[in-house]
Design a protein around this ligand. Structure first.
Ligand code: ATP
Ligand code: MG
Length: 719
């Protein structure tokens, strides 16, 4: 197969090629951003297939997002053609784990039709449990309990393995966790963390099964290895034999999920776990210009806790990274929107531009501005389509059709649209169901034949059961699931209910239309529902749109692994980025993670990165005067150009605007003539914002933003 291989191997540098061709034994590729780690992984996969070392279904390939999995599948297709089909085990940790769990669900007391709860369901369930335990849900919220449980699951702790000291609500943690797991089992459901946790339980209890998988997965490939958490690590270990052909690629400088239990140590542990592992370092960056790389490298160098590595590029084209101060968040949105328009006029596609924010609250200003200027944009993983009430309702119907055990789905729609089945009756049904250890639907089937419920409740319930049975039959008879969905929305009265709502009914109907359309690309209802659960996962929101032809707005976390010619990085202010939480935290751990996030952000850019910060910002309903991020100070002038002649701050027009607002608020006193160090402060939205100045930035006569030297650091912004 030598002739066939030369194609896809061509163009790799020697180290990359080594990583691709060392197919046997453990390999760790440890390298900085844009050095081709993902490309190596994809090529390696192609190489293994093209040389006939394994069949597609003998490969386990783990990517960080569903989108990355899809892209990898496509690229392999391009590289080696149809033999790439059958890559059954290529996906995120969760999607592969879900597949495995479906096959052995009974080993953890589930049926293979189990549902995967979304956060909404999960919190509703936890609320019930908290109330049942007489715990004040204002003080100990379902959300915080969900968080805690997720934390435990990320570390691979089942209720019986919870270490002493792990707790919630004064000693009730372990019991609540156990009760939650028990409830999930009766609902024939699991949450996200369970996908891996149940896998771990199954694989560690059933050695024969684990052995079978270890034999099946002849090659294992893992991207973004630096962000695996303990549970994911344990799972991988169970599936890999010690002499295994496992290749992990990662970058310790891009570890940004510590807050979710990711362990950079997994990288360091690799060599211990796999003695004799080959460690390959890649140093040439193929993505970015030298200014972008120079800025990013200087930034990350401020972190103490890192392995350290060299990065270089041959690309010395392009401008310095621009850093701009603006008046407030709106001005920032105006500036960036204008620059997007300009870039578009110069021939750049919208889809080649991205706005990467630290926190989702920053998105609104951009969305509004883009809407106003008719700049097409997508919020990747933003306010989620699947989280809209009407979509959840439709899903609840479908889930109930798929599995009658799904009491949460039952509860959600038994009286939506209104059928005259009151809350009291619903609670009674749930109570009876629980007493008898059956699902609510089972209880209902029984109750409509007795007189335990009043006749006026019984009749609509009987109709409800009859309807559900009919829709299920329709599907069983081969009517496509999306058509059944349309039918059930009409027949249940859901469509009519929305039509009657003149404020937002039409939007909801449009969304439902979008839903049935998107369902058409799934073969079975189960496949569709599984897809939905997977994309609902918190940080893996990347399925909403393909984004072609639109500016991409997303969080920095969501941008990992991606690249764009032009990247905007707004909101580089203390308290926003780095986040207030990381500043308040003891020690530098949180700050270092924020800095890695900044490094991830800058290194997404291929040709052009533009950083900005605002002097004022509305944060949670309060105007706050902002200081530029410490990360701004860490950027070297050799690669960065401070700018303020943008007309948004400092320059004449922006200055005037700012000045007039300033004059309207005499109570604050002061003025532009006294620049200098000011501490950040908050005041209410009703008050006019007070101009604040950069810690080290001062306004000069012409309104240019320059920087004064920090007494502690002579480098950086002084000039
Ligand atoms: P990140 O750490 O951000 O995930 P990465 O190390 O995975 O980055 P890739 O995304 O694989 O890097 O590669 C970055 C860019 O460089 C891609 O556009 C890729 O196609 C390109 N690239 C990688 N290797 C080569 C090469 N040998 N020749 C030309 N282009 C390359
Ligand atoms: Mg990558």
């Amino acid at each position: 197969p030598q002739g066939a291989t030369s194609d896809y191997l061509a163009g790799l540098n020697p180290e990359q090629r080594e990583a691709v061709e060392t197919t046997e034994g453990p390999v760790l590729v440890l390298a900085g951003a844009g050095t081709g780690k993902t490309r190596v992984l994809t090529t390696r996969l192609a190489h293994i297939l093209a040389t006939g070392r394994a069949k597609p279904w003998e490969l386990l390939v783990v990517t960080f997002t569903n989108k990355a999995a899809r892209e990898m599948r496509e690229r392999i297709g391009h590289l080696i053609g149809p033999s790439a089909e059958g890559l059954r085990w290529l996906g995120t940790f969760h999607s592969v784990a879900a597949q495995i769990l479906r096959r052995h669900a009974e080993l953890v007391g589930l049926k293979s039709s189990f549902t995967i709860l979304d956060t909404d369901d999960q919190e509703r369930l936890l609320k019930q449990l908290l109330e049942a335990a007489n715990i004040d849900t204002k003080r100990f919220t379902p959300k915080s309990l969900a968080h805690m449980i997720d934390h435990w699951k990320n570390r691979g702790w089942t209720p019986d393995k919870l270490p002493p000291g792990e707790d919630f609500a004064n000693g009730k943690g372990p019991a609540l966790y156990a009760a939650y797991q028990a409830r999930l089992a009766t609902l024939n459901a699991c949450d996200f963390g369970d996908l891996l946790l149940h896998n771990i339980t199954i694989l560690s209890k059933h050695a024969d099964l684990a052995e079978e998988y270890r034999r099946r997965f002849r090659y294992i490939l893992v991207d973004e290895y630096q962000d695996t958490n303990v549970a994911q690590y344990l799972w991988l270990r169970l599936l890999t034999s010690s002499t295994g052909n496992v290749c992990c690629v990662g970058d310790d400088d891009q570890s940004i999920y510590g807050w979710r239990g990711a362990e950079v140590d997994n990288i360091l542990r690799f060599e211990r776990d796999f003695p004799g592992a080959k460690v390959i370092r890649l140093e040439r960056n193929y993505r970015s210009t030298k200014h972008i790389l120079g800025a990013a490298s200087a930034l990350i160098a401020a972190n103490q806790d890192r392995l350290g590595k060299t990065l270089w590029t041959e690309d010395d084209s392009g401008d310095k990274v621009r850093v701009r101060g603006v008046w407030d968040g709106e001005a920032e949105a105006r500036l960036i929107a204008d620059e997007i328009e300009t870039a578009r006029k110069q021939g750049m596609n919208y889809k080649d531009m991205a706005v990467l924010v630290r926190a989702s609250f920053q998105m609104r200003a951009f969305e509004e501005r883009f809407l106003m200027l008719a700049i097409p944009y997508v919020v990747i993983g933003g306010p989620r389509f699947f989280e809209r009430a009407e979509i959840r309702d439709a899903h609840a119907y479908l889930r109930l059709i798929q599995s009658e055990d799904d009491d949460l789905a039952f509860e959600r729609i038994v009286n939506t649209p209104k059928r005259g089945i009151g809350d009291t009756s619903v609670q009674k049904i749930l109570h009876i169901a629980r007493e008898n250890g059956v699902s609510a639907m089972r209880a209902v089937r029984h109750l409509i034949t007795t007189d335990e419920l009043q006749a006026r409740t019984r009749t609509p319930l009987a109709n409800f059961v009859r309807d559900l049975d009919r829709w299920r039959d329709l599907m069983a008879m081969g009517t496509p699931h999306w058509q059944v969905t349309e039918t059930l929305l009409d027949e249940s009265g859901y469509t009519a209910m929305q039509k009657a709502d003149r404020t937002s009914g039409q939007t909801r109907l449009d969304n439902l239309k979008e839903l049935t359309q998107s369902m058409q690309s799934f073969e079975t209802l189960q496949a569709y529902l599984e897809h939905v659960s997977l994309v609902m996962d918190l940080e893996r929101r990347d399925e909403n749109a393909d984004g072609s032809g639109s500016v991409q707005i997303m969080t920095l976390h969501g941008a990992k692994g991606l690249e764009f010619p032009l990247v905007f990085l707004p909101g580089w202010e203390e308290g926003v980025f780095p986040s207030q939480r990381s500043i308040d935290e003891k020690g530098v751990k949180g700050l270092e993670e924020e800095r890695r996030l900044a490094y991830v952000g800058v290194t997404r850019a291929k040709q052009d990165a533009r950083i900005s910060f605002a002097a004022n910002r509305m944060v949670y309903g309060r105007w706050t005067s902002q200081l530029p991020s410490r990360f701004v100070d860490e950027l070297p002038l050799a690669h960065v150009e401070p700018q303020s002649d943008t007309g948004y701050y400092g320059a004449s027009s922006g200055m005037k605007e700012a000045k007039s607002r300033w004059d309207e608020a005499p109570s604050f006193g002061g003025g532009y003539s006294s620049p200098g160090w000011k501490r950040a402060q908050t005041y209410t939205a009703a008050q006019t914002p007070k101009p604040a100045y950069a810690r080290r930035a001062v306004i000069e006569g012409e309104g240019r933003l320059i920087a004064t030297a920090d007494p502690k650091a002579a480098s950086g912004w002084s000039r």
